[in-house]
Design a protein. Structure first.
Length: 102
């Protein structure tokens, strides 16, 4: 889920913190955030596993835009952010992408 958005004073940047509680990730050993802000690169934005079993990551995004993203569990299972700002139909298959608006 999109936990926090912090706009950097004097810069066109928003620091967005994503977090997933243990109940959302189940037994996943790794989680990556994959989206148009990292060219859908499956490896470029790993989330940090927390002691409680959840995951977190903070990404700097240019403000004034919408970004599509998904979570990738164990490099094989795609998941929406069920609390995203909105959703859009994916051009790949019969599914949706999550949207964060900054």
């Amino acid at each position: 889920m999109i936990e926090k958005k912090k706009y950097v004073k004097g810069k066109p940047v928003c620091r967005v913190t994503f977090s997933l509680p243990p109940t959302a990730v189940g037994y996943a050993g790794t989680v990556h955030i994959v989206g148009d802000f990292n060219n859908w690169d499956r490896d470029s934005t790993p989330m940090t596993k927390l002691n409680n079993g959840g995951f977190t990551a903070t990404v700097n995004l240019r403000k004034g835009r919408e970004y599509q993203f998904l979570y990738l569990f164990d490099k094989c299972c795609w998941e929406l952010d069920r609390e995203a700002d909105k959703f859009v139909k994916s051009p790949y298959g019969d599914c949706e992408n999550s949207i964060v608006i900054v």
